[in-house]
Design a protein around this ligand. Structure first.
Ligand SMILES: Cc1cc2nc3c(=O)[nH]c(=O)nc-3n(C[C@H](O)[C@H](O)[C@H](O)COP(=O)(O)OP(=O)(O)OC[C@H]3O[C@@H](n4cnc5c(N)ncnc54)[C@H](O)[C@@H]3O)c2cc1C
Ligand code: FES
Length: 279
């Protein structure tokens, strides 16, 4: 069992757990993820490693409540334990001195992008970060991203904090400004990543996204996380999760993400009725 050492509510529906997992902490690298299962009957879900501390033997995950498993996870507290915490999985993010890198984070994407931005900064890159959310109450880790960035721009769709609008607007302005941008990294909802791709494509700037298809085993065995990149089939869990954004078949990704919508809705309704019966 993997004990939750610390819990923090980052927003009303986004939570941080620091989990005792020394073997994962020993090998973790930016961009990798773990597969979590709450108990022996639970669903396996992938969550990105947001931070780790080898000395403490701890790994930090940040998750947003979107369905049954993440809602169940949110009910756990420090001192509780998780049955499975498998990782680190996936290929680490490519870290080198590219020059100037723009890191674009949407919503919960702030957590996975932070260790990548930190590692890129350490490697000597100039980091421009753009952090966006629908509204102020969904924003978190502004300070964490600021501390690893030369410049940070915050946007909210409704203008409740920072600049009003979506992340692609300051991204386009940066690309148009004439400052050389060597790489863009975008992590967030798939639709946001797709629009970042559309924004950077005319400028010919290499753009990397962290894809989030449905995963089951996370080790290349089930084929569930199949995506098409440059016309070639890839398994996100072992060939990614990072891919060249301009090569991704977004329509296939969106279609595959929706495969189990009816089952997910049914599962969530069942879970909600069980919770309300108990209370
Ligand atoms: C490599 C990777 C890293 C991720 N990192 C994070 C993270 O750091 N923080 C975070 O909040 N979310 C992350 N996700 C998404 C997270 O796995 C899903 O939100 C979670 O599985 C939803 O489960 P649920 O039962 O709560 O919701 P459900 O109601 O079951 O599903 C809601 C939606 O979540 C997605 N989803 C459902 N099951 C899975 C699954 N087994 N694998 C992947 N996606 C699924 C689907 O798009 C689905 O429509 C990551 C996904 C991937 C692939
Ligand atoms: S999750 Fe099964 S092959 Fe990737």
């Amino acid at each position: 069992m993997y004990k939750i050492l610390f819990k923090q509510d980052l927003t009303f529906n986004t939570h941080l757990f620091k989990v005792a997992a020394p073997n994962v902490a020993k090998k973790a690298q930016p961009g990798q993820f773990v597969v979590v299962r709450i108990d022996e009957r639970g669903e396996r879900i992938p969550l990105t490693i947001a931070d780790w501390d080898e000395d403490e033997g701890s790994v930090t995950i940040v998750f947003m409540e979107v369905g049954t498993t993440t809602a169940r996870l949110a009910l756990l507290e420090a001192g509780d334990s998780i049955a499975d915490f498998v990782g680190p999985l996936g290929l680490p993010a490519h870290i080198e001195n590219f020059g100037t890198v723009v890191c674009v984070a949407g919503g919960v994407g702030a957590a996975p992008i932070a260790p990548i931005a930190r590692a890129l900064k350490k490697e000597g890159n100039k980091i421009f970060s753009i952090l966006g959310a629908r509204s102020k109450d969904l924003l978190f880790w502004e300070d964490e991203l600021r501390s690893v960035s030369d410049q940070l721009i915050v946007t909210t769709d409704d203008g409740s904090y920072g600049r009003k609008g979506v992340v692609t607007e300051p991204l386009k302005e940066l690309l148009e400004s004439g400052d050389k941008v060597d790489r863009v990294i975008a992590i967030g909802p798939s639709i946001m990543m797709k629009f970042c791709a559309k924004t950077t494509e005319p400028f010919g700037v290499k753009t990397i996204v962290s894809l989030n298809p449905i995963m089951v085993d996370g080790t290349g065995m089930c084929g569930c996380c199949r995506v098409s990149v440059g016309g070639v089939t890839k398994f996100t869990c072992v060939d990614g999760p990072d891919f060249d954004e301009h090569q991704v078949d977004w329509d296939l990704l969106f279609a595959r993400q929706r495969i189990y919508l009816d089952e997910e809705k049914c599962s969530f309704e069942r879970w909600q009725s069980q919770v309300s019966e108990r209370s």
